[in-house]
Design a protein around this ligand. Structure first.
Ligand SMILES: Nc1ncnc2c1ncn2[C@@H]1O[C@H](COP(=O)(O)OP(=O)(O)OP(=O)(O)O)[C@@H](O)[C@H]1O
Length: 846
């Protein structure tokens, strides 16, 4: 700890502030710069490529680096993205008025979960979570700071659930209370790139109580308190833009764990974490950022409610049947700004004059946009949305077209908006005219052509004469010297001094008046926020419907039809993204049919043959269908999937320290433990991460488990051709294979999926395609031949062993199925359990 008394007064002041902000980098305002000192300077200079200098701090030279204040947001964003917190320390008084050291204080702390103004990616969502741990689980309250949206969830303490809720919702920062399960904290820390913050204050601020109105759950309240107290603490103000907390019920949506979402590259790619080439970016033809963000939510939360899905599909069909309406919608949507974030800024008090202009433009377009949906039966509710015409009347014509971003310098309101403002402005303007006249008069009187009248905040108005003309200044002019610069002198006259006060005063007064009027206008706008939120939600929905209509019509997609059974019937299905990305070659469409009693589709065929693509295609179509979008196929009859699980591709989790095989087993386990008869499972080459026999045994055991216990619809690709024999014993398994054409050891992939199993693997042919050295290929072929000979002579290709359920299991099953628990007394139930236990001990009755 430094002895702060030894330092210069300024560094002492800095250290007093810094000592309370140990986990943040302090941006300390000095004139036009933000300076960083000591360790903060070292970190910032390394992270932001700034030059590290030093400043005399009294007892020692203090490391220092700085950035211009007007460029701060870019630097803050870079630091925060790297997981740092940045505390902004501002000058709290005008340096000119300060006696001694200028007063400074922290005005806000920007953290990874609370960054708002500094974000320049309109489609990005930044979420912060407050958590509370109760004995059996966790309450999580999520908040999207830029919109103020809040959601709550109760989850269990397993790593997969924590990962799903935090990574799945783009959480960048988690706030934990004083007492929190250390093991769970470690699980959160293991997720990497999530900043963990702590908040000790456990008292509910009454200002936020109403946001919990609809919820009566003490656990959620506690997580909410931790979160809101932290937000107040970092923002140093009331976070008035927060919206009511909505409880998320997982059962309302298709459940996908984080690995599944990542594997399917729904909203970010596996390799680069980028947005391009994802299902989101592919579908995103939205015209507004709020539309894009809503689309992302739709993709992450596909629906289970067939009525709601059909409503969206009806909306899309309406736009595609009325293409002029659709075109008109696109044009009108161009006028729509990010009303969601604008509302948040109004509520929070950070809206600027340009933001109000954006609201005006949006409100002007809104009635026409709503009217476009008059004929859309599915969305008649849009007609009830208030387009806020009253607010438009209030705002329209108040603000000048090229209004400034800041309210510091006036120039916000049009003439005629306020009579007092007009009066003050007139005085200020006439003052300026008087100055111009004086300048002309003085030039004439002195004969100095280059004479200028200028103004600066410290010296006020002055007459400036260049050095070259100084000899022409006569005493009789009454010029009093004010300031000497290298190449000019500045003077005042009695006359100028007298008028200066009035002019400056009028200018300042008009700026102050404009500020007051602007804040009043914001306050009046605030009264319309509930209506504006509804309008924003409706416009965003229309925008997403537009995007999905465009995708569906441009690519010839078909409307999915849902049924209550479990059969899948897809004709000429395609992978939406790959189909679009393929330029030279044509994408080969395929059918996918699984009848009610078919549980597992076993897919065999060569590497590179298109197995994974066929599986991903199924998942993409299922998700697109359940978000209410048309799908890439000629016919799509589908069940409603409740959960989707995947074990696809090589998503080695290097970060979590798990091996490839371990990740494979964890993901497979997750599916086997949680899938239901209504789920979709995609297992791509399960078991390949271990030895052949291990892998094959595990794969077979899993398939049997799915057929007998789970009955979920499963697509299972494998290179273990032996497994295809299972189809002969199990009615629930069907074999299909991807076709290739082989000629003179050269293979051509046909990507056509046909009935039956593949005859061989073609691994060596594919290796040749990859241009491995010919020596390696030849040697591999010889080895393969000798393996195959051994295989036939020895017992390597052991026949597949199919285990039937034991008699004991069958008896247990029959008994449990037969009993009607509702008709039993507690005593009878206990007796029944004892009987079952005895049956277990005896190993069956027989
Ligand atoms: N239906 C299709 N039409 C056209 N090209 C396709 C089709 N399916 C796949 N492809 C092409 O083949 C490539 C390989 O496909 P995919 O990864 O699905 O093969 P795979 O059988 O899973 O291979 P491996 O067993 O090595 O994992 C794809 O990247 C794509 O370029």
């Amino acid at each position: 700890m430094r002895n702060i008394e030894q330092y210069t007064p300024m560094i002492k002041q800095y250290l007093e502030v810094k000592n309370k902000l140990s986990d943040a980098i302090v941006f300390y305002r000095l004139g036009d710069f933000y300076e960083m000192f000591f360790e903060d300077a070292q970190i910032a200079s390394a992270q932001l490529d700034l030059v590290l200098t030093a400043r005399n701090g009294g007892v020692e030279k203090v490391p220092m680096c700085g950035i211009p204040h007007h460029a701060a947001s870019g630097y803050i964003q870079r630091l925060v993205q790297k997981g740092y917190k940045v505390a902004i320390v501002e000058q709290m008084e005008n340096p000119a008025d300060a006696k001694g050291i200028v007063k400074r204080d922290v005005i806000k702390i920007v953290t990874p979960g609370t960054i708002m103004d500094e974000i320049n990616d309109a489609k990005a969502t930044v979420t912060i979570a407050g958590m509370y741990d109760f004995q059996y689980g966790l309450a999580v309250v999520l908040c999207e700071m830029t919109t103020g949206e809040m959601r709550a969830q109760i989850i269990n303490k397993q790593a997969a659930s924590i990962q799903k809720v935090l990574l799945g919702n783009g959480v960048k920062e988690v706030v934990l209370p004083k007492h929190f399960d250390k093991k769970v904290e470690k699980r959160i820390a293991d997720l990497q790139m999530i900043t963990i913050s702590h908040m000790e204050n456990e008292e509910l601020n009454p200002a936020y109580q109403h946001l919990l109105a609809a919820l009566n759950d003490e656990r959620i309240t506690k997580a909410f308190i931790t979160l809101t107290n932290y937000l107040e603490d970092t923002q140093k103000r009331n976070v008035s833009h927060l919206m009511s907390v909505e409880l998320v019920k997982e059962d309302d949506y298709v459940q996908m764990d984080f690995a599944t979402k990542a594997n399917l590259e729904l909203t970010q790619t596996l390799r680069s974490n980028s947005r391009s080439q994802t299902l989101w970016s592919f579908l995103d033809h939205c015209q507004s950022a709020m539309g894009s963000r809503l689309l992302r939510k739709w993709i992450e939360y596909p629906l289970l409610d067939v009525q709601e899905i059909n409503r969206r599909l009806d909306g899309i069909a309406f736009l595609n049947e009325n293409f002029i309406t659709k075109d008109e919608l696109r044009e009108q949507m161009k006028q729509v700004y990010d009303l969601e974030r604008l509302c948040a800024r109004v509520a929070y008090g950070s809206a600027n004059p340009r933001n109000l202009l954006q609201i005006i433009k949006t409100l002007k377009a809104a009635p026409q946009i709503i009217a476009l949906f008059v004929g859309c039966d599915a969305y008649q509710a849009f007609q009830q949305v208030d387009a806020c015409e009253e607010l438009l009347k209030l705002l329209d014509g108040a603000i000048v077209e090229d209004a400034p971003i800041s309210i510091k310098d006036g120039g916000i309101f049009v003439t005629g908006y306020d009579t007092e403002l007009d009066e003050v402005r007139k005085i200020a303007v006439s003052g300026k005219d008087w100055i111009l006249e004086l300048e002309a008069k003085e030039r004439e009187r002195t004969g100095i052509k280059s004479l200028k009248i200028g103004y600066n905040r410290i010296y006020g108005y002055y007459i400036e004469v260049t050095k070259a003309n100084l000899d022409q200044v006569k005493e009789s002019f009454g010029y009093v010297r004010k300031q000497t610069l290298t190449n000019c002198e500045r003077f005042v006259t009695e006359e100028l001094k007298e008028r200066e006060d009035a002019i400056v005063h009028a200018q300042e007064k008009s700026v102050r008046l404009e500020q007051r009027l602007f804040l009043e206008l914001l306050e009046r706008t605030r009264a319309y926020l509930p209506k504006l939120h509804q309008l924003a939600a409706a416009l965003a929905t229309m925008d997403v419907l537009y995007a999905l209509a465009v995708i569906s019509s441009e690519n010839g997609y078909v409307r999915p039809i849902f049924h209550e059974g479990s059969a899948i019937d897809l004709e000429e299905a395609r992978h939406p993204i790959l189909e679009k990305a393929m330029k030279q070659k044509r994408y080969v469409s395929n059918d996918l049919k699984m009848e009610e009693d078919c549980n597992v589709l076993m897919i065999t065929g060569p590497n590179m043959g298109g197995k994974s693509t066929y599986m991903r295609q199924m998942a993409c179509i299922a998700i697109m269908a359940q978000i209410g979008c048309f799908v890439p196929a000629q016919k799509a009859h589908l069940p409603l999937f409740d959960k989707i699980f995947t074990r696809i591709g090589a998503s080695d989790d290097i970060m979590s320290g798990e091996s490839t095989f371990m990740v494979e087993m964890i993901e497979a386990n997750h599916a086997l433990q949680n899938a239901t008869p209504h789920s979709l499972i995609l297992f791509d080459e399960i078991g390949r991460g271990t030895s052949t026999y291990d892998g094959m045994a595990l794969a077979q055991a899993m398939i049997e488990y799915i057929c007998h216990q789970i009955h979920a619809k499963t697509l299972f690709s494998t290179h273990y051709h032996e497994l295809t024999a299972l189809a002969q014993q199990e009615t629930g398994i069907r074999n299909v294979h991807v076709e290739v054409h082989e000629e003179d050891e050269h293979v051509t992939f046909l990507y056509r999926v046909n009935e039956g199993k593949a005859d061989k693997s073609y691994g060596i042919n594919v290796a040749r395609l990859a241009k491995l050295p010919e020596g390696v290929i030849e040697r591999a072929k010889r080895l393969l031949e000798s393996y195959e000979i051994q295989e036939h002579s020895a017992t390597i290709n052991a026949p597949i062993y199919i285990e039937k359920p034991s008699l004991q299991e069958k008896q247990l099953h029959d008994r449990l199925e037969a009993v009607d628990v509702n008709q039993m007394t507690p005593m009878q139930a206990m007796q029944f359990i004892v009987e079952l236990q005895e049956l277990l001990k005896k190993g069956g009755e027989a």
